[in-house]
Design a protein around this ligand. Structure first.
Ligand code: MN
Ligand code: MN
Length: 460
């Protein structure tokens, strides 16, 4: 609830601990356990879709095929190429009243393997990478990494790869320079000290007997063939990514935070899908979109700029006897993506009054973008007032925010791509510490207020 003093004049942010009480806090701690399990099982968009399908099917959702008939109460999911999933449930009210949509993304910054990745250098075997999304490169050095993804053979056979997650699995690793010899490197600005072409993964150092050259590389290729039945050419049609090997853990003596890889944006994806499933009684038609490619600009068949969103709305409108333009004009969307939590250690890039504060609930960004609000859809005051009423009446603890100081930088979400379809959209999500780092942190109570907010939105 947006806090006012008893005289009603002053807007003040307060924490969930102060406002919502012990019952909500303990429910938040419990809810975070399910989230941590989801996070560990969903380190790539493909894995998140597998988890999403499991959750949807357990809740009675059925696979959707284009042109299938629909009626009130029907629950469908559409698995888009294994990287993007739509859940939708047909409500009892007139479809022309629109759809309640949440849209979160399930891709996260990481290191993808290049198509010709394997090489040997001075008796060590490495894999070349091409980073995906915005990373601070130095954070990925000298830390355990796991390899996740698929190799699709020419025959179409898909080989799933997950290595580095079990306690006795080997992990992958990028070397870093020892401080003793870093005198010259220490003089360089950060963006010059770490180059993309140095993010090479060390994967072997034991020569294969009987080989003439590249003995270590041959050993690695032999291992890959023995284990996965693949040859070097199979990397051409593979999607393999290096992600942090670490598991989600509670942070702090009071266990109030969750640390993990890929909170951006699974910390919104999880409350979106669980709220969708739990808002089963809504009279509205509801939709939960978990989308891919946000971190690279939302392009492509599995990104938010794909025509799939309008294709599905067209099909729903047609099947329910509605008018597609009316359905979109009357729909509302929460772009559920993370924002930056104010960090006192880097206070000079934030503007405190308008920052998302740790533990103060789910955070709304009326606009995103950079410089003079470049690249934002900027939600209308009318929409914000509507969401405000929805959240306040449901007793949700929420706050308003923008990413950081006006001239410090900026960022975007999928909000504008939804809004461009004439769907009223505003960003509402969870604040994250160390966003895009291999290990990010969020507050359990903020996560839980996101769940409560999305559920309220689906039902209001
Ligand atoms: Mn995001
Ligand atoms: Mn991001």
């Amino acid at each position: 609830m947006a806090e006012t003093k008893s005289n009603g004049l002053v807007y003040e942010k307060k924490t969930v601990y102060e406002k919502a009480g012990a019952e909500v806090v303990s429910a938040a701690y419990e809810y975070a356990k399910g989230y941590a399990a989801f996070l560990d099982a969903s380190k790539t968009e493909r894995e998140a879709v597998v988890e999403g399908v499991k959750m949807a099917e357990a809740a009675g959702y059925r696979p959707y095929t284009f042109g299938a008939p629909m009626k009130a109460g029907d629950k469908f999911y559409y698995n888009n190429r294994g990287k993007n999933i739509y859940l939708f449930r047909i409500g009892s009210e007139d479809i022309n009243n629109g759809i309640r949509i949440t849209a979160a993304h399930i891709d996260s910054p990481r290191l993808d393997l290049k198509q010709v990745p394997v090489y040997e250098d001075h008796g060590m075997c490495f894999l070349k990478t091409h980073y995906y999304g915005g990373i601070r490169k130095y954070q990925w050095l000298a830390t355990p990494l796991a390899l996740h993804g698929v190799v699709v053979k020419q025959s179409g056979e898909v080989v799933d790869v997950v290595i580095g997650e079990k306690d006795d699995d080997p992990v992958m690793y990028i070397t870093d320079l020892l401080p003793h010899l870093a005198a010259a490197e220490n003089e360089k600005p950060l963006y010059k000290a770490f180059s993309g072409e140095k993010l090479n993964i060390l994967v072997g150092s034991k020569p294969l007997d009987g080989e003439e050259k590249d003995k270590v590389k041959m050993g690695v290729l032999q291992y890959l063939h023995d284990t996965y039945g693949i040859v070097e050419e199979d990397f051409l049609s593979a999607e393999l990514s290096l992600v942090p090997a670490a598991k989600a853990r509670d942070i702090g003596f009071d266990r109030s935070l969750v640390g993990g890889y890929g909170h951006d944006d699974r910390v919104c994806a999880y409350p979106s899908i669980t709220a969708m499933i739990d808002a089963d009684e809504s009279i509205h038609t509801t939709m939960c979109i978990l989308v891919d490619k946000e971190e690279t600009g939302s392009d492509g068949v599995t990104g938010m700029q794909s025509s799939l969103i309008t294709d599905i709305i067209t099909e729903i409108a047609k099947a329910m006897g509605g008018n597609e333009a009316a359905v979109r004009a009357n729909s509302k969307c929460l772009s559920s993506d993370v924002t930056a939590t104010f960090d006192p250690n880097f206070a000079d890039v934030y503007e405190y009054r308008n920052s998302s504060l740790l533990g103060c609930g789910v955070a709304m960004c009326k606009f995103t973008g950079s410089r003079g609000k470049g690249g934002t859809s900027d939600a209308s005051a009318e929409l914000v007032a509507w969401v405000r009423k929805c959240l306040n009446e449901a007793g949700v603890v929420w706050q308003t925010c923008e990413l950081g100081r006006v001239d410090a930088g900026g960022g975007g979400t999928v909000a504008k791509y939804m809004a461009n379809h004439n769907i009223d959209t505003v960003d509402l999500g969870v604040g994250v510490l160390s966003m895009h780092a291999p290990y990010e942190a969020i507050a359990k109570v903020d996560l839980y207020e996101a769940y409560r907010a999305f559920k309220a939105f689906y039902q209001f």
